[in-house]
Design a protein around this ligand. Structure first.
Ligand code: TA6
Length: 301
């Protein structure tokens, strides 16, 4: 694999011509293309790529809190979705290997590692969440697959509570053709109502099709059970997870897109669906010195 590092961008290209591009602000995957050259992720054309704001699109990393933090929690002073998606990470290096799935012809894989530790945070952010931690984020590109994994180490002397999620903006042809399979046996919180409503699982909700603004956090999913995004009757993406029992499904729809200054083009909401594996319906508790891992594999069909 060829890995090109320039300014704040790391780009890897496999012999099969699959590529992945990561912006060091937020270690945000901003592009993933297959051998065909076809882009798999949605990136707003107004996304800020200079660290001035979290990148609107690609795969932002949500850590240490998902959503607007509640004031009575240790994360209460942090911005929505935490700081990991907007601070500068460092590129730790690459590993090229034979594809682990033992596919024919020794398909190659490349793993890119990125690091963020509490000591690297701007002081004002450290003061908002004064815990010692070390993150290693791995992005592994294979033929037709993209894997992301987050390793969280509690390097301080006290218990740390956090949430983590991969905020995938998946690129699709048109939202009207989309159905999402594999969620119907899980309860979810519907965040488009106020207050949000708890909905229990019912088989009638399989598959999920979207006809208006949708913002749902599904919980108690079996990580190894795939969540599948179908476009018309063709499978487009298959997501499997490790250590992540929750999954958000979000589309801002027309009004939501118009309300986001960094969301362009304004009808771009039709070409994206956010399917976001995470550990967000509770808190991961890490004792001093302990570590946690969570990961996802997205297979493009
Ligand atoms: O993942 C869905 C969500 O939590 C929505 O509620 C919406 O807020 C979205 O994230 C985008 O949040 P952002 O802070 O990136 O504008």
């Amino acid at each position: 694999a060829a890995v090109d590092v320039s300014d704040y961008t790391v780009k890897a290209t496999l012999p099969s011509r699959d590529t992945v591009t990561i912006n060091l602000f937020g270690a945000t995957v901003t592009s993933w293309t297959l051998a065909s050259g076809e882009e798999q992720l949605f990136l707003s054309s107004a996304a800020k790529l200079d660290g001035s704001k979290a990148i609107r699109g690609g795969i932002p990393i949500v850590f240490p809190v998902f959503g607007p933090p509640s004031k009575d929690h240790a994360t209460g002073k942090l911005p929505q979705h935490g700081f990991a998606r907007s601070v500068l990470w460092e590129f730790l290096g690459k590993n090229t290997s034979e594809s682990r799935s033992g596919k024919k012809g020794g398909d190659e894989e490349v793993k890119l590692d990125f690091g963020l530790s509490s000591g690297m945070l701007p002081e004002e952010m450290r003061q908002k969440w004064p815990y010692e931690f070390g993150l290693v984020y791995s992005v592994t590109l294979g033929k037709d697959t993209l894997e992301t994994g987050l390793h969280v180490q509690n390097t301080g002397g006290e218990v740390v509570e956090f949430q983590a999620l991969f905020h995938n903006y998946l690129r699709i042809e048109d939202i009207s053709q989309i159905s999402i399979h594999g969620l119907s046996t899980s309860p979810y919180v519907n965040k488009t109502t106020s207050p949000p409503s708890m909905i229990s699982p019912s088989s009638s909700s399989e598959p999920l099709t979207l006809t208006s603004e949708t913002d749902r956090v599904y919980s108690s999913l079996k990580p190894s059970d795939p969540v599948t995004v179908q476009q018309s009757d063709k499978t487009k993406f298959i997501l499997t997870r490790e250590g992540l029992t929750d999954c958000t499904v979000w589309n801002p729809w027309q009004k939501g897109a118009e309300g986001m200054g960094d969301f362009e083009p304004k009808d771009g909401w039709r070409q994206m669906i956010c399917v976001e594996p995470g550990a967000v319906s509770g808190w991961v508790r890490l004792e001093a010195g302990d570590a946690w891992e969570g990961g996802q594999v997205i297979k493009a069909d």
